[in-house]
Design a binder for this molecule. Sequence first.
Ligand SMILES: [Zn+2]
Length: 229
Amino acid sequence: MEERGRQTNQSFNDDSSEELDNSFDETWIESYCSLDGNEFLCEVDQNFISDEFNLYGLRAFIEHYEQALDIISSKTKIQSYDKNIRGQLIIETKLLYGLIHQRFIVTGSGLKRMYEKFRRGEFGACPRVLCDNHAVLPIGTSNIPYLSKTKLFCPRCGEIYSIPDGCCGSNLDGAYFGMTFPHLLMLNVSGIKKADKFKPTIFGFEIASSSAPSGRYNPTRDSFFVVKN
Ligand SMILES: [Zn+2]
């Protein structure tokens, strides 16, 4: 839960230019992924970005596509562009990287990189009591940008949880991870135990199902994190 509890002051689609001043010979990708709140992101291989096939269709989402791609590839810096478009360009560069990231993390290299973060518990843990702090994965409820923020998927109980505002990952667009990634990763990971079902008892006797609480009430879940329909 350490990651989820981390506070960040980065706003959604923040257009501050200072944070992207990748000095000290850092690449733009290294600089962006190391910002507070971006810890869920992995570094996309430059080889993946250089292959136009992998970026097919993304141009439609980005007005200054070529410029944003050059910044991501560290061929140019944001400071080399006209002040009037810098704010917009920063937003578009982040968005382009996020959409490339969505595609990269379902490749072999990307899955491996994200699995290491999952194994180290970098995405946090499930709040459901019976999941026993099982590690969770970031997920988007849409592959299209601006429709949802990043949420957390628990492979044990199969639930999706909202990230409280201000916590790590809460500022990232859900499209940066997309809908497929956690399920694809789980196909490659064995040994995940299915969640136990809560069984209410009275004096040690199991309650008949016809008498059990009805509706959506579930005493084992922290409703604060549950996605509301
Ligand atoms: Zn769970």
